[in-house]
Design a protein around this ligand. Structure first.
Ligand code: ZN
Ligand code: ZN
Length: 357
């Protein structure tokens, strides 16, 4: 499958036209990759009639291969110098990504190119990235399959006394052996009381019998991420662990049943939150329901309380309610799903029943 980068560039140009912006500097790595296909280091300068890719000697060959249609500008000393060569004579407004250009870079451009007005923008390319095309969905689907396989592989290897870090390593090694790139994020293995930490990065703690273990992992495949969480019990579980697990499972199912094109992100969040609140654990669901997944593992849209963005077919989001009881432990269940007109398709297909390893 080949990605149609010229269509993406045309899409960005029409956004710039609608914003009345003559030029945009794209420096954010995932945005740069999305628009041009280039995975190295550098920056893009897009106007209505030019598409320049700035990079240095280390990435020249790569840039020719990955972004053959772009006008390559070699950065010999500094990016600013190269930009001045290309853009020095222009009197115009130059958009930049306000979350990415550093203050130092901003100041240098102001000093070096005083005739250019710098205009901060945010979310232009990010908005394009929200709805995935067929090629992107295929890559996320593959990342999801590898992620699920790594989880199942760990279930065969998991033993009492294994450290959380070892468990994370087993899954990460397996993912790479299946063709994945680097993990999409630091694998979370949080066992026992540590499972009450929503972002409990794997530690040196040894996993004990009767503990709940939150496993949150994601492979990348050709740059695209998947994101999966399951909570399992080692050896056995007690009534309270089972109760909390079922509440989270029902909350996730309630949201999955609702999610389709046309509902808002806030409605999706509320569908899960309602179930947890009704069970009396509302204050312990301390984060939002989910986030978009693509070239970045956390991207737009956010599924959060009050969110007004309307879901569209082709968006890929996570659905990940959790309950975290300090001093006791926690449960989270997360899937990556594709929003469709009729509902949603789970891209991390694994069963939901509480697994005892
Ligand atoms: Zn996750
Ligand atoms: Zn997530």
């Amino acid at each position: 499958m080949t990605v149609n980068y010229s269509r993406r560039l045309a899409g960005l140009r029409s956004i710039l036209a609608a914003q009345g912006l003559e030029a945009l500097l794209v420096m954010q790595p995932e945005n740069r990759r999305y628009i041009s296909g280039f995975t190295g280091e550098g920056a893009l300068l897009v106007t209505s009639d030019t598409a320049c890719l700035f990079t240095d000697g280390r990435f020249v060959e790569q840039a020719h291969a990955e972004a053959p249609d772009w006008d390559l500008k070699l950065v010999r000393k500094t990016f600013l110098e190269a930009l001045t060569e290309v853009y020095g004579g222009r009197h115009t407004e130059l958009g930049f990504e306000e979350n990415y250009l550093t203050y130092r870079q901003f100041r240098q451009i102001q000093e070096q190119l005083p005739q250019i007005r710098l205009r901060p923008v945010s979310g232009l390319v990010e908005k394009m990235r929200m709805v995935k095309d067929a090629e992107e969905i295929a890559m996320i689907r593959e990342a999801g399959i590898i992620t699920c396989a790594a989880f199942r592989h760990l279930l065969e290897e998991l033993r009492e006394g294994m450290t959380e870090q070892e468990a994370a390593g087993v899954m990460e090694f397996f993912m790479r052996s299946q063709g994945a790139g680097l993990p999409a994020f630091d694998t979370i293995v949080a066992s026992g009381q540590r499972s009450a930490l929503p972002h409990g990065a794997a530690s040196e703690k040894r996993i004990g019998l009767g503990e709940l273990i939150v496993l949150d992992l994601g492979a990348t495949y050709r740059g695209y991420a998947a994101d999966l969480t399951r909570t399992v019990a080692l050896g056995h579980y007690n009534a309270k662990q089972r109760e909390v697990y079922e509440v989270v499972k029902d909350a996730q199912q309630n949201a999955l049943d609702l999610i389709r094109a046309g509902i808002t992100t806030g409605e999706a969040d509320a569908a899960a939150r309602r179930v947890i609140e009704k069970a009396g654990y509302g204050e312990y669901f301390s984060h939002s329901l989910g986030h978009g997944v693509g070239l970045a593992v956390h991207e737009e849209p956010r599924l959060a309380p009050g969110g007004e963005l309307v879901l569209e077919a082709g968006m890929v989001v996570t659905v990940e309610p959790g309950v975290y009881l300090p001093g006791w432990g926690g449960v989270r269940i997360e899937d990556t799903v594709l929003v469709t007109d009729k509902g949603c398709e789970i891209l991390t297909p694994l069963k939901k029943e509480l697994i005892v390893v």
